[in-house]
Every structure is written in structure tokens, then in C-alpha cells.
Design a protein. Structure first.
Length: 391
């Protein structure tokens, strides 16, 4: 069985164990053990009832763990509350698990890790590898998260906005190690889309698909970042773009606009342009206006200055930039871009260098250093008049 299809069963199996009386932390541990065993033994010959197999294996593990704990009599009352061979409930607790793992009591890194474990079905080793941290570190993070959720039940109402923010964070983790977190976030968000009728969930899925469609063009063969304007658009995944646009259009038709739908609309306009020069910046500014109205986010306002600079000229963008906090992430990079477009090359080169020192990643730092060097190289070139005088 495909690993991804197997992992899709994990939330439902956790739900079965919780309904039988297991606490969330114990149920999640038991299901993880069953999942590891299944991945090692099923190979190309999975059981006829994969969910039933996982439920049985996980329940047996939970029983063994419960019997080894103190207060055996109380625990065995729970263990024998439902026969092991009883029917497996068809109730789908996946949505409840989304809400539980994105609990507001959890810090964002812990919520991301727990979502990948309990909803995504990834092992601790896989999550640690994807985040490029030691496995014991990730195990501690997940254990602390589960302790914070002790006593929380699956029937507690949750905050969908928190769930979406966690999935967005998972997507933005990108990829690394053995697990592609961007692809994993898309897979989990597809599940959530099937479970809910909220246009913002569809908007988030559309946003992910539209960004993921450009993935192959984002880096050069040597690993260098390639900015959007210089990307080879023939390498964009038109199938993902078409799917993202279709999902977005259906969500927008519901007339319940949210921030992920607005972000997806901006991404769709970029994807629709055959070249950077053909980008409809006027419409993009209009969507940024909606995003500002929805979020009032300083980062959104910063990104809007770039769009205004493209639509109305760099001076218009710089005028807006003057009203923003210079300590915002990427402020110097945006200022450098606008100064370069305005012809202020010396100032642009300095700002690119400043932005490189504040970069959040090595790849971004190296890109900004190259931008500074590129602008300085232009400054060193002799003018046309000087060339004519030399001849």
C-alpha cells in the first residue's frame, strides 16, 4: 500500500481508540507503533481491511501499555470497556484531531509537529528529518505538546483559523530530509477540504497548489534562488495551476472572502501572466487592498508596496514604504528593489547588502549578496560617452 494512503487512516484510527476510552496521548503513541509495524510488514500485500488491522494492532499496544502502568485495576476497567474484536466505528474524527493538534495552548512549532504526527501520520524520525533537527529533540517537542493537551477531548469546539494557520506553517516549512513538507501540507489540506464546507479551506488549498506549481523554477541547478520575475515559466506545473484556479474560483463564488482566498487570487494572477512584463499589477494591488482590509498586517502592507511600485512606478512604492517600520522582515530587500527601479543604484546596492545581513536563511542571504554585486557591477560599467571617447 502507498505510504500516503496508509497515513490517511491514522486520524480515524486514533479516533477509534479515543472513543474506546484511551486518552489522546496514549492513543496517538499506540497508533504510531502500529503504523511503524504496518510500514515494515505490509509491503505489497496489505490486509483486506487496513483500518481494522491498524485498530487491532494499536488497541493491543494500548492494552499492553495500560497494563504496565500503575493503577492497573482502574486502567483495565477502561481497557475492557469495549471488546477488541468489536466492530470498528465508521465515525470520522479527523476534523476533531485537526482542531486538537492546532490547540491555541500550543506554540506554533509544537502544533506543526503534532499535526504531522497525529493527522499526517508521519513518524517522529520523519518529522525530525524534515525539520533538520535531532530525533530526540523532536520527540521531546511532541511529548510536551501531548502533555499540554492532557484532558482535552475530541468533542471540544475548535478554531478553524488556527488549524489553517498551522497547515500554512507546515507548507512554508518547505521540504528537506525524507519528507517533503510542502507536499505533505497539500495532502493534509486536501483531507480537510473534503471534511469542511468553508471557502477559506479551499482558498488555502488553492494557494498551496498555485505556489507549489512554481517550485521547479524557484532554484537554479546550483541551488541558487531564482526570483519570480526571472523564473522559467515553461517549468511551471500547468496542471496544478489549473486545479488551483478552479478551486479558487469555486471558493470566491461563495462570496465569503478570507485572507487565503485573497492570497490565492494574487498567486493566480502571477500564474496567469505569460511573462513578468505581462503581470496585471493593477489587479494585484486591488487584491492587496482586500488583504490589508482583512488582516491589517504590516507584512501585507510591505508586500503591497512592491505591487504599487510595479503598477504606479517605484516612487509611488517608496512613498508608501516611508510609512512602514524599517525593522519589518525583508524591508531592506523591498527598499533595495524599489531604489534600483528608481535608478538609485548606489543606495540600492547598499540596501541589498543590508538585507543580506538580516536574511532569514543562507539561500536568501546568498541571493541578496549576488543582487548587491550585480548592481555594483552595473555601477562600474563605463557610460556610452566614456566608451566613445576611448575609441
Amino acid at each position: 500500500m502507498n505510504d500516503a494512503l496508509l497515513r490517511e487512516l491514522v486520524p480515524a484510527v486514533i479516533g477509534v481508540l479515543v472513543r474506546r476510552g484511551a486518552d489522546f496521548a496514549s492513543a496517538e503513541d499506540a497508533v504510531q507503533e502500529a503504523l511503524v509495524r504496518a510500514l515494515a510488514t505490509w509491503s505489497d500485500d496489505p490486509p483486506r481491511d487496513p483500518k481494522g488491522w491498524l485498530v487491532t494492532a494499536a488497541w493491543h499496544r494500548f492494552v499492553d501499555d495500560a497494563r504496565s502502568q500503575s493503577a492497573r485495576r482502574v486502567r483495565e476497567d477502561v481497557v475492557h470497556a469495549e471488546p477488541v474484536g468489536g466492530p470498528v466505528s465508521d465515525a470520522d474524527d479527523t476534523l476533531a484531531l485537526y482542531f486538537l493538534c492546532a490547540h491555541p495552548a500550543l506554540p506554533a512549532p509544537s502544533a506543526v509537529a503534532l499535526t504531522l504526527r497525529a493527522v499526517g501520520g508521519l513518524t517522529t524520525a520523519q518529522i525530525a528529518s524534515a525539520h533538520l533537527v535531532p530525533e530526540p529533540t523532536m520527540a521531546q517537542r511532541i511529548s510536551r505538546a501531548k502533555r499540554r493537551l492532557a484532558g482535552e477531548s475530541l468533542d471540544q469546539p475548535g478554531d478553524l483559523a488556527t488549524v489553517l494557520r498551522v497547515l500554512y506553517l507546515v507548507f512554508n516549512e518547505g521540504y528537506g530530509g525524507d519528507v517533503d513538507l510542502a507536499a505533505e501540507a497539500i495532502r493534509i489540506t486536501r483531507q480537510l477540504t473534503a471534511l469542511t464546507d468553508e471557502p477559506e479551506v479551499a482558498g488555502l488549498l488553492a494557494l498551496m497548489l498555485l505556489h507549489h506549481a512554481r517550485r521547479a523554477s524557484r532554484t537554479a541547478p546550483d541551488g541558487r534562488l531564482v526570483p519570480l520575475a526571472r523564473q522559467d515559466r515553461t517549468r511551471w506545473d500547468t496542471r496544478l495551476i489549473a486545479e488551483g484556479v478552479t478551486i479558487l474560483q469555486a471558493a470566491l463564488a461563495r462570496d465569503r472572502l478570507g485572507e487565503y482566498q485573497a492570497q490565492a487570487a494574487i498567486a493566480a494572477l502571477h500564474a496567469d501572466a505569460r511573462s513578468a512584463a505581462e503581470t496585471d499589477w493593477v489587479q494585484i494591488v486591488e487584491w492587496y487592498d482586500e488583504l490589508v482590509r482583512l488582516t491589517d498586517s504590516p507584512i501585507v502592507r510591505l508586500n503591497r508596496t512592491v505591487a504599487v511600485g510595479e503598477a504606479d512606478g517605484p516612487r509611488a512604492g517608496l512613498a508608501l514604504l516611508a510609512d512602514l517600520d524599517p525593522d519589518l522582515p525583508r524591508f531592506a530587500a523591498v527598499a533595495a528593489h524599489l531604489r534600483e527601479r528608481a535608478g538609485e543604484l548606489e543606495r540600492a546596492a547598499q540596501l541589498y547588502a543590508d538585507a543580506a545581513r538580516a536574511a532569514a536563511s543562507a539561500a536568501e542571504r546568498d541571493h541578496l549578496i549576488r543582487e548587491a554585486a550585480r548592481v555594483r557591477q552595473v555601477l562600474r560599467r563605463p557610460s556610452t560617452g566614456e566608451l566613445a571617447g576611448d575609441q
